[in-house]
Design a protein around this ligand. Structure first.
Ligand SMILES: *[C@@H]1O[C@H](CO)[C@@H](O)[C@H](O)[C@H]1NC(C)=O
Ligand SMILES: *[C@@H]1O[C@H](CO)[C@@H](O)[C@H](O)[C@H]1NC(C)=O
Length: 492
């Protein structure tokens, strides 16, 4: 044995050595890189800074002062606009909201949803990428120009005007996209209207009710508001010039389909005052088919598999116990697999009930065998005891005839094969009569009839009960009132 495995071991060692040498000899792209990767996010941010720096060097305003006057022909366009901007921002304070002291500044909000991914039950959150648009009128920025009616702003100037401190009330973590430059748009109209658009990805909290999981629907929200300006300073509205929330119907989710969404406007009271806020609510229906394939169907198959035991002879102890225990363990695995993706709270979910039902059935099949086997052993002992007593010769003849007619006696003989033959041999040896008498002795028949009775009844009782469980389960959970947060759609 050792001499056989030695060459294989040597070959493995050699292979390892060769692979080590080749790894050292042929430089991998990682090894030739100029800088060790310290982290992807760091890398991106460094890169982004470098780009921004480069941009600043090549902006028209920077070029204007660097280049010769003769090549500045284009400045007949940039010149007036630049003067205009300088005029606009002269004495402008970005710290003060437009029209301070007067009525609140109205901010029109709308967004285009690009994707919703990772709806997580375990963390009760979802991740959404969107382009958020806000527009408001800043009278200080109204201008009068014959050359331009709209000024798109970028870079440092964009940082110099007032923008609302909008935040997402229920977010856990959000970020703005910065590749290749800040995904941001700022447009100034002649009437002082400012359009501000950013692309953000937000992971927002969504309180889920999982009582009906996976036959449930979930309602999630996205709430926007100002962090620092109370509703006497800033008032949010959904935009009216077009659909305030776009792209919601195009969202593709693996486990859900979005059935409806709504937009609401309201005031929220925080400990620092009353704030104007906006809420977008959407309702998602879980795609049951996903769980049908992943959980329910395997569960049903395991239960059906446990019924195979009823068709195996009760004398085959290792076969039936092995089958029983394997199915119980498989159920255990299925249950832990499902629970790994769900929050571990005390709420009893619909899937827990179903899995527990399957578990009980699989466990019941194992217990049924214990019962069948025990009854068989009990009757066998009784039979052996009875068989040792003298048997009337005419009785043997009578039952011998019955066997010939193909009664349950011969049926059993055909079905149970070897083990029955062995039992018959024992009985024959013990009995005072001949072997043919013993084989169809009433007590002998009782052994098999009694034992298989448990199995025979289990064969129909278990499937019927399981079918009943399924029907009751789906009816109950289908009609169970959804623990819906309906108030999210109405009251605000
Ligand atoms: C803009 O210019 C026109 C004509 O030059 C003038 O009538 C108007 O009052 C100006 N508007 C503002 C806001 O300065
Ligand atoms: C929010 O409060 C402000 C100030 O009290 C009020 O003018 C406004 O109508 C309220 N908005 C809603 C939607 O109730």
């Amino acid at each position: 044995m050792a001499s056989k495995s030695l060459p294989i071991f040597a070959a493995l060692l050699l292979l390892q050595a060769v692979s080590r040498i080749s790894a050292r000899g042929i430089p991998t792209p990682m090894a030739t890189g100029t800088a060790a990767p310290t982290g992807e996010i760091n890398g991106i941010s460094i890169f982004a800074t470098a780009v921004a720096e480069e941009d600043r060097m090549t902006t028209p305003s920077a070029r204007m002062y660097d280049e010769e006057p003769s090549v500045r022909a284009e400045n007949i366009y940039t010149g007036p606009t630049q003067n205009l901007l300088e005029q606009l921002l002269e004495g402008y304070s970005m710290d003060l909201r437009p029209g301070i002291g007067g009525p609140p500044v109205d901010i029109d909000v709308g967004f285009a949803v690009q994707s919703i991914d990772q709806v997580s039950e375990i963390n009760m959150e979802y991740t959404m990428t969107m382009m958020l648009s806000q527009s408001w009128i800043d009278p200080r920025l109204a201008f009068n120009s014959s050359s331009v009616s709209e000024i798109p702003l970028a870079g440092a100037t964009a940082e110099k005007i007032w923008i609302p401190d909008t935040f997402i009330l229920n977010d856990k973590k959000s970020f703005k996209h910065t590749v290749t430059a800040h995904n941001r748009l700022l447009r100034l109209s002649s009437d002082g209207k400012v359009l501000y658009n950013v692309r953000i990805t937000t992971t927002a909290e969504c309180k889920m009710r999982l009582k009906k999981f996976p036959l449930d629907t979930q309602t999630c929200t996205l709430e926007l508001g100002s962090y620092g300006y109370a509703n006497r300073d800033v008032a949010y509205h959904w935009r009216t010039d077009q659909e305030p929330v776009r792209g919601m119907t195009d969202v593709e989710l693996a486990k859900y389909s979005i059935v409806r969404f709504d937009t609401l406007t309201g005031n929220v009271t925080r400990d620092t005052g009353d704030y104007s806020s906006l809420r977008m609510t959407f309702k998602m229906e879980r795609n049951f088919i996903y769980f049908m394939i992943r959980t329910f169907f395997p569960c049903v198959l395991v239960v059906v598999l446990s019924w195979v035991s009823f068709f195996v002879h009760h004398d085959a102890v290792p076969a039936r116990v092995g089958l029983g225990i394997t199915t119980v363990l498989t159920m255990q695995t299925l249950m832990s697999g499902v629970n790994a993706s769900l929050p571990q709270n005390a709420e009893i979910k619909a899937i827990d009930v179903y899995l527990l039902g399957c578990y009980v059935f699989v466990f019941g099949a194992l217990l049924e065998y214990a019962l069948a086997h025990n009854l068989y052993r009990g009757t066998k002992a009784a039979a052996l005891k009875a068989a040792t007593a003298p048997v009337a010769p005419e009785g043997g003849g009578k039952h011998g005839k019955k066997k010939g007619k193909g009664s349950s006696c011969s049926e059993n003989g055909a079905a149970s094969g070897q083990s029955q033959a062995a039992a018959a041999a024992v009985l024959a040896k013990l009995s005072t009569g001949n072997s043919s008498v013993a084989e169809c002795h009433p007590v002998f028949r009782a052994i098999f009839d009694d034992a298989t009775d448990v199995d025979r009844h289990a064969r129909w009782l278990f499937p019927v009960a399981f079918a009943l469980l399924n029907v009751v389960y789906y009816v109950v959970y289908y009609y169970l009132p959804e623990n819906d947060i309906a108030s999210l759609f109405t009251q605000y």
